[in-house]
Design a protein around this ligand. Structure first.
Ligand code: GLP
Length: 233
């Protein structure tokens, strides 16, 4: 994996944007998208750019179970607000966390990914090393699946909800086996809260205890981090 250290999120997002632009020029047609605060600057750069995305398909990593698309805390709503309302894409997929038939939704999502292999996957990282919602101990062999969120993830996400009771405890997420076939992966991380997870991902053993460590095995994984996130390397 290639590690690029930058001063701040702004610089790092610009580097990620440049890489994305290169990939689009080289023919990338399917983008894997992430939510969370990490990619917000990159999405602003995409919106401000004059790059044409009308031929580009997007596939999001995950969604909370039980939240309708119009719920302001859902990832559907997040994507609409941060990107889709301002930039036109060919088609966009986000897992359906509100369906009564979650198992069927996971199968359908795998089929969507099979039909639209991901060229360029954007990732953030959780403080416990999760990617998407692949929490520690999740098998590297899983594709899209329903998962219980760990207490630390629920606590980290609580800041977006009015009270702790409202934070979802389950999510539907692309698995490691859905993410790894992506041709190019760009993982970004900003801030000291991510320093331990970044050190484990880069220098630790490849283990399901730190889901992001699997990226050591990816032939084209680029990690863009600021100085604070790089502090324990
Ligand atoms: C959530 C998302 C991840 C994201 C992580 C980090 O758990 N499912 O995709 O990478 O949060 O969030 P943030 O970017 O806000 O630090």
């Amino acid at each position: 994996m290639e590690i690029i250290t930058v001063k701040n999120a702004q610089q790092g997002s610009q580097k990620a944007f440049n890489l994305l632009a290169q990939n689009l020029q080289a023919g990338a047609k399917v983008l894997g998208l992430a939510t969370g605060s990490t990619p917000v600057e990159l999405y602003k750069l995409i919106i401000a750019s004059d790059l044409d995305f009308t031929d580009i398909t997007t596939i999001n990593l995950d969604e909370y179970v039980g939240l309708a698309p119009q719920d302001p805390q859902s990832y559907h709503y997040f994507m609409q607000k941060q990107l889709f309302a301002y930039k036109q894409f060919k088609q966009s997929f986000i897992p359906d966390g509100a369906t009564p038939d979650l198992q069927n939704a996971t199968k359908q999502y795998d089929q969507i990914i099979d039909e639209n292999p991901i060229d360029f996957q954007i990732l953030g990282i959780g403080q416990n090393g999760h990617i998407g919602f692949n929490e520690p101990q999740t098998s590297f062999n899983l594709k899209t699946h329903v998962t219980d969120l760990t207490d630390s993830t629920i606590a980290a996400n609580a800041r977006f909800f009015a009270d702790n009771e409202q934070v979802p405890t389950q999510a539907i997420s692309m698995g490691i086996a859905s993410i790894m076939p992506s041709k190019q992966i760009v993982l970004m991380a900003w801030g000291a809260d991510k320093a331990t997870a970044i050190a484990q991902m880069v220098n630790g053993p490849i283990t399901e205890n730190c889901p992001a460590s699997v990226l050591q095995q990816h032939p084209h994984a680029t990690v863009i981090i600021d100085d604070a996130a790089a502090a324990k390397l």
